[in-house]
Design a protein around this ligand. Structure first.
Ligand code: OXD
Ligand code: MN
Length: 597
C-alpha cells in the first residue's frame, strides 16, 4: 500500500482509481521543492526528454522536442462532453460523456506501464484566494511536470489547501503512444474532469491552462457568476502615479503577449508611463463588493510563441527568457544556445532543427520549400517573475480593478484603429462579433474572415450563445462596469502595407482609452461607436505621412454593410439560443448606418 501525503479521501480514492486504470510502475507526488525539480530535470535529461542548454549563457534553460505531428493544439480532437449536445453548443465538438469515457479508457488502459505517474496538485490563482481554483494533474510526462511547475503554483501548499476544501478539477494525462489516431482532449464540465491522451504538446497537456482555466473555468464561472476569459491583463501607470488596469482579448497572432509587456515609445517616454504586466493569456474576473470588476491572472508563467519574438517586437520577453526557461521546438546552435526565425541575430551557419536534424540556412525540402530551423509554433515556458515589468500585485488575492476591456482583431479594412462602445450591451455585441483575417500562417483562404467571439471560440466550455447571455447579465450586476473598446492594429493600404506601426506605438491608443476612462477626452459619435478625434491621439515622436491617422480612423459604410451580412450569418448558427439583445444591437447598428447616409 502506497502512503499518500494527504488525508483528502476524494483525492486518494481518485488517484488510486486512475492508477488502477493506467498501471504506472510508481506514483510520485510533486511537492514543489527545488530539490525534487532538480532531480526530475536530471531524470528528464537522462531519458532525452529535455536537453540542457548552455548554462553560462542560458542558466536553468532546457530544450524539448515534441513528436513531429504533435506541435499545436488539436482543435478537431478537442471535445466538450456534456450529457446534452445543446449544452456544448454549435461551436464546440461534442461527445456524450459515456461514449467519451468508454472510448478513452481503452487508450488509458495500462498506458503508464513502465512509467511513473506524477501527481501534481496545483492552484490556478494565489493559493487560498476566493478567485482561485485547484486542480490535480496526473501525468506520465516529466516535461509536463516541469512546465506545470513554471505555469502554476504547485505542490505542498496546494495539498494543504486541499485539506480545507474538497473541490478540485480531476485532470488525467498520458502521452500513451503519442499516436495522433489515439489523441483526444476531453472536457467533462459536469464532472469537473479533464482527460487528455496521446499528446505531449503544451496546449493539450498543461491541463491548468486552456483546459482548466478557460474551458472548465468558463463553465464554472457562469454558474458562480464570474468571467473566465482569454485576456491579457496589464497596468498602465499614469504620469500622476495612478495605475489603471485593462484586460484585452485578441485572437492568436495579434500580439497579445507583446502588448501585455510593451515598452512606452520614445516619443511618450517624457510623460513617464510605466507598464505593469499582470498576465498575457488568461483573466479571471469577479464583481467585488464595490460593484466593479476585479481580475487575476491564474497562471504564474508565460507559454509564449518563440518565432517572431525579438528585441524589437518584445524586449521585455527577451529579458524574461534568459533563465529558467524551457524551450520547445526551437533550433539548437552549436554553442548550446538557441535561435528561431524572426528572433534576434542572423541565422546561424549550422544547427540542429526542431526535428533534431542537421540544419543550414537556405535548405529546402523536396518540394523546394524552405526548411525552418524552429517550428512556427515553437514555444518558451518561462516564469512571469522573470519579466522586468511584472506587476507587484500578482499575489494579491483580489487581483486588480479593471477600468477597460479591449477587444481586437486583425482586419485589413473595416475596423478603425480604435473605437468605444456606446454601452456594456453594445460592447458585448462588439466582442461577440470579433473577427480576424487569416494570415499566410494559417490553413484556409488568405484574407478569409474568421469570427472569434471574445477570442474564446476554441476555449468556451459551453454553449456560446449562453456565454453571450452570461456576459450581458454580468453587465447588469455591475455598478461601474469597465468601458469596452475595440482596436485594430492591422489596417492596410491598397498595397496591403500596414498603416499603423503597432508594437510600442500602441500605447498612444491605450492613452486615448485611459483618457476616455478618466473622462478627459472627447469623442466623435459614429454609427459604429465613439471614435477619437485625430488631435486627441498624442503623436509626439511618431511621424506618420499626412492623412494616415485620419485614414486609420475612417469608416467605410459599404464595408460595414458587408460586415453586417457576415455577422448575420454568424449569429444565425445559434438559432433561437442567441440572446435577443444581440439581434437588437445588430438592428441598431444597421439603422444607424442607414440613417447616417
Ligand atoms: C495560446 C493560444 O497558446 O491562444 O495561448 O493558442
Ligand atoms: Mn492564448
Amino acid at each position: 500500500m502506497i502512503k499518500f501525503p494527504t488525508h483528502n479521501k476524494k483525492l486518494t480514492d481518485w488517484v488510486e482509481k486512475m492508477a488502477r486504470l493506467c498501471e504506472p510502475d510508481d506514483i510520485v507526488w510533486i511537492d514543489g521543492s527545488d530539490a525534487q525539480r532538480q532531480s526530475l530535470e536530471k531524470e528528464a535529461m537522462a531519458t532525452g526528454e529535455i536537453l540542457q542548454l548552455n548554462q553560462e549563457k542560458l542558466p536553468g534553460c532546457f530544450l524539448h522536442r515534441t513528436a513531429v505531428d504533435d506541435v499545436a493544439r488539436t482543435e478537431h480532437l478537442t471535445f466538450i462532453c456534456t450529457k446534452r449536445k445543446r449544452d456544448a453548443g454549435s461551436t464546440n465538438n461534442w461527445m456524450h460523456p459515456r461514449t467519451a469515457y468508454r472510448k478513452t479508457k481503452e487508450i488509458f488502459k495500462s498506458a503508464m506501464r513502465g512509467r511513473t505517474m506524477y501527481v501534481i496538485p496545483f492552484s490556478m490563482g494565489p493559493v487560498g484566494s476566493p478567485f482561485s481554483k485547484i486542480g490535480v494533474e496526473l501525468t506520465d510526462s516529466r516535461y509536463v511536470v516541469l512546465n506545470m511547475l513554471i505555469m502554476t503554483r504547485s505542490g505542498e501548499a496546494v495539498l494543504r489547501q486541499l485539506e480545507k476544501e474538497d473541490n478540485f478539477t480531476k485532470c488525467l494525462h498520458s502521452k500513451a503512444q503519442l499516436d495522433i489516431n489515439k489523441r483526444l482532449i476531453l472536457h467533462f464540465p459536469e464532472d469537473n474532469t479533464i482527460w487528455s491522451v496521446g499528446s505531449g504538446y503544451g496546449g493539450n497537456v498543461l491541463l491548468g491552462k486552456k483546459c482548466l482555466s478557460l474551458r472548465i473555468a468558463s463553465f464554472i464561472a457562469r454558474k458562480e457568476r464570474w468571467l473566465a476569459e482569454h485576456m491579457l491583463i496589464m497596468g498602465i501607470e499614469e504620469p500622476n502615479g495612478h495605475i489603471k488596469y485593462i484586460a484585452a482579448a485578441f485572437p492568436s497572432a495579434c500580439g497579445k503577449t507583446n502588448l501585455a509587456m510593451l515598452l512606452p515609445p520614445d516619443g511618450l517616454k517624457i510623460k513617464g508611463y510605466r507598464i505593469w504586466t499582470v498576465g498575457d493569456d488568461i483573466a479571471w474576473m469577479r464583481i467585488d463588493s464595490d460593484g466593479s470588476l476585479w481580475a487575476i491572472n491564474p497562471e504564474t508563467g508565460f507559454f509564449g510563441v518563440a518565432v517572431g519574438t525579438n528585441s524589437q517586437t518584445n524586449p521585455n520577453m527577451m529579458d524574461t527568457i534568459k533563465k529558467n526557461t524551457i524551450y520547445t521546438n526551437v533550433l539548437l546552435k552549436p554553442d548550446g544556445t538557441i535561435w528561431w526565425e524572426g528572433g534576434d541575430g542572423e541565422a546561424p551557419q549550422e544547427g540542429i532543427d526542431w526535428q533534431g536534424r542537421p540544419w543550414r540556412p537556405g535548405m529546402t525540402d523536396s518540394h523546394g520549400r524552405p526548411v525552418l530551423g524552429a517550428h512556427s509554433n515553437s514555444r518558451f515556458t518561462t516564469p512571469i517573475l522573470n519579466c522586468p515589468t511584472v506587476s507587484f500585485r500578482l499575489e494579491q488575492h483580489h487581483g486588480v480593478p479593471i477600468s477597460a476591456i479591449i477587444f481586437g482583431g486583425r482586419r485589413g479594412q473595416v475596423a478603425p484603429l480604435v473605437y468605444e462602445s456606446f454601452s456594456w450591451q453594445h460592447g458585448v455585441f462588439i466582442g461577440a462579433t470579433m473577427a480576424s483575417e487569416r494570415t499566410a500562417a494559417q490553413v484556409g483562404q488568405l484574407g478569409e474572415v474568421r469570427r472569434d467571439p471574445m477570442a474564446m471560440l476554441p476555449f468556451c466550455g459551453y454553449n456560446m450563445a449562453e456565454y453571450f447571455r452570461h456576459w450581458l447579465e454580468m453587465g447588469k450586476r455591475m455598478v461601474k462596469p469597465p468601458r469596452i473598446f475595440h482596436v485594430n492594429w492591422f489596417r492596410t493600404d491598397e498595397l496591403g502595407r500596414f498603416l499603423w506601426p503597432g508594437f510600442r506605438e500602441n500605447l498612444r491608443v491605450l492613452e486615448w482609452i485611459l483618457d476616455r476612462c478618466n473622462n478627459k477626452a472627447d469623442a466623435l459619435r459614429t454609427p459604429i461607436g465613439y471614435l477619437p478625434f485625430p488631435c486627441d491621439i498624442d503623436m509626439t515622436g511618431l511621424q506618420l505621412p499626412k492623412g494616415i491617422l485620419e485614414r486609420l480612423l475612417q469608416i467605410h459604410k459599404e464595408d460595414w454593410f458587408e460586415e453586417l451580412k457576415g455577422i448575420k450569418k454568424f449569429f444565425r448558427q445559434f438559432k433561437k439560443d442567441l440572446p435577443i439583445e444581440l439581434w437588437q444591437e445588430y438592428e441598431a447598428l444597421s439603422q444607424r448606418l442607414k440613417s447616417d447616409e
